[in-house]
Ligand binder design. Structure first.
Ligand SMILES: [Zn+2]
Length: 166
């Protein structure tokens, strides 16, 4: 896990509206090789849309990645300023990935204070790994860690012991 300050939040509302057309294609033949397990995008009880397992995911396995536009951290902070829903992750002290235009289902992954997966920033990649077995239909969640909201956004993850804020 990178120690770099990360901006990890959700996609812009405009993109969520587009997802009303239905789940993203889940055919293994059409998903990229870095998306290891079948994940579908549906309405979430936590917030907006979420990423849901569409098949069994064993513990500790890589689920998938989010890929996107490589930008500078300075540009990432400019884009993040004043926006509630963004999908930008700082992958080093100098580089960030803006996945706002990404088709990767993992970009819809919601925060939970008791997540079943974790985010790993490694070699400039944004990867997701299962913390435990995840069953079909389970929403995949991670702990975002520090976000650009800096503790001002209410958390609605519903987990026992929820920290309350992002
Ligand atoms: Zn919470």
């Amino acid at each position: 896990m990178s120690h770099a300050r990360r901006h990890t939040t959700k996609a812009p509302a405009v993109d969520e509206a587009a997802a009303d057309e239905g789940p993203l294609p889940a055919d293994p033949a059409t998903r990229p090789a870095y998306q290891k397990y079948d994940v579908s995008v549906r309405k979430s009880r936590i917030d907006g849309f979420g990423a849901f397992a569409a098949e069994d995911i064993p513990p500790h396995r890589k689920i998938g990645e989010i890929r996107g536009e490589s930008i500078s951290v300075a540009e990432a902070r400019r884009r993040a300023a004043g926006r509630q829903r963004i999908m930008i992750v700082e992958v080093s002290t100098r580089k960030a990935i803006d996945a706002s235009q990404s088709q990767d289902p993992m970009r819809f992954t919601n925060h939970s204070c008791r997540p079943n997966a974790r985010l790993s920033i490694r070699d400039g990649r944004i990867e997701f790994y299962a913390l435990r077995a995840i069953a079909p239909g389970d929403e995949i969640t991670v702990n975002y860690g520090e976000t650009h909201h800096e503790g001002t956004l209410a958390c609605r993850c519903g987990a026992p012991g929820c920290a309350g804020w992002l």
